[in-house]
Design a binder for this molecule. Structure first.
Ligand SMILES: [Mn+2]
Length: 312
C-alpha cells in the first residue's frame, strides 16, 4: 500500500547525490532518502518502495530503471531528475544538462536557502552556472573549490557509510557549507592526514596501461585500494600520462563493470558511446559526455578497449 503524500528520493552516493539529498530534505524534511551506485541498482529499490511519490536524482533512465519506473507509475508518482544527456524521452523525466543534478532538483522543487551548497555541486559537476558565479562573488572561487574538495574527500573516507551521507545531507539542507559541518570537516581532515588522494594516485599510476591515448586499468576479483577515489584517481593519472580517456574494468565471470572518463573537455560523448556499445553488445550503460558507466558482457571487454583506442 502506498502512503498518500509520502515522498522518497533515490540518488547516488557521490557529491552530487549528497547535495541532491540535501535539496530534497530542505523541501521534504521527513522524506526517506536512499543512496545507490547506478541506475540498475535503483530499479529494484524503486519497485519495492512504498512512497506515494518517488524522486530519482542523478540517475539516467537506463533501460532497467526506465522499465521499473514505467511499472511503478501505474500506482505511484515518479519523477526522475538528471543532467546526463540521453537520446530517449520520458514524460516523467526532467533532463537538463545546464547544472548538477542537485542544481536541477533544487530548481524543480522551488526551494531556496542553500544556494551556496548547491553551487558546490554545480562547480563539481558542471564547472559553472549562475549559483557558482554568485557564490564565487561572495566567498571567492578558491574557497568554493575548497568546499567541494572537503565534501568530496569526506564521503570517500568510507564509501559504504550511507548514515554519514544522510547526516551530511541533513546539515547541508540547513544552509551550511561543508567546512562548517564538523563531521564533514573532520572526515576531510582525516583523509588528508592519511594522504588518501596521494596514495590513490600512485596506485592508479602503477596499475594503468596505455592503449593508444586511452589509459586502461583492469582487475579480476580483488582490486587494490584506491582509498575511495577509484575512477577519480584513474582519471588524474591518465591526464598526467597525456591520455584522452580512461577506462576501468572490473572483470567478472559473465559480466564486467566498466567506468569511463575523459580527461579533457570535448572529444566523444562517452555516455552516448557506451549507450550504443551496450545496445549492440548487451547489458546496459549510460552517463555524461565526460563520465559514464556500464555493465558489459566480459567477452566484449577487449572490443570496448579497441573501440576507445580507435576513437582516441
Ligand atoms: Mn551528477
Amino acid at each position: 500500500m502506498s502512503e498518500e503524500g509520502s515522498k522518497e528520493l533515490i540518488t547516488r552516493g557521490n557529491l552530487d547525490g549528497i547535495v541532491s539529498a540535501a535539496a530534497f530534505l530542505r523541501r521534504y524534511p521527513s522524506a526517506t532518502v536512499r543512496f545507490v551506485t547506478s541506475p540498475a541498482a535503483a530499479a529494484p529499490l524503486l519497485l519495492e518502495g512504498e512512497a506515494g511519490h518517488t524522486f530519482l536524482a542523478d540517475l539516467s533512465p537506463a533501460p532497467s530503471l526506465a522499465a521499473a519506473a514505467e511499472r511503478a507509475l501505474r500506482s505511484r508518482l515518479i519523477t526522475l531528475i538528471d543532467h546526463h544527456p540521453t537520446s530517449r524521452h520520458f514524460d516523467w523525466a526532467v533532463i537538463d544538462g545546464s547544472a548538477s543534478a542537485a542544481g536541477i532538483l533544487y530548481r524543480e522543487l522551488g526551494v531556496g536557502g542553500m544556494d551556496a551548497a548547491v553551487a558546490v555541486a554545480d562547480l563539481y559537476e558542471n564547472g559553472g552556472g549562475p549559483l557558482v558565479r554568485s557564490a564565487a562573488e561572495s566567498i571567492g572561487i578558491d574557497a568554493l573549490r575548497r568546499e567541494s574538495e572537503i565534501l568530496d574527500f569526506a564521503w570517500r573516507l568510507n564509501v559504504k557509510d550511507d548514515a554519514f551521507r544522510l547526516f551530511a545531507a541533513g546539515q547541508l539542507s540547513r544552509g551550511f557549507l561543508p567546512s562548517a559541518i564538523p563531521c564533514i570537516a573532520e572526515r576531510h581532515a582525516e583523509m588528508v592526514r592519511r594522504d588518501g588522494w596521494g596514495k590513490a594516485l600512485s596506485s592508479a599510476r602503477r596499475h594503468l596501461r596505455r592503449a593508444g591515448s586511452t589509459a586502461v586499468m583492469e582487475f579480476r576479483g580483488r582490486r587494490p585500494s584506491f582509498h575511495g577515489f577509484g575512477s577519480r584517481a584513474l582519471t588524474e593519472a591518465a591526464r598526467e600520462e597525456g591520455c584522452r580517456y580512461a577506462v576501468m574494468i572490473n572483470r567478472g565471470e559473465e559480466e564486467s563493470i566498466v567506468s569511463l572518463r575523459s580527461t579533457a573537455p570535448g572529444g566523444i560523448d562517452l555516455g552516448r558511446f557506451i549507450e550504443s556499445f551496450t545496445a549492440e553488445h548487451g547489458v546496459e550503460g549510460g552517463g555524461h559526455p565526460a563520465s559514464a558507466g556500464a555493465r558489459i558482457p566480459s567477452s566484449s571487454a577487449g572490443l570496448l578497449v579497441d573501440q576507445l583506442e580507435a576513437v582516441a
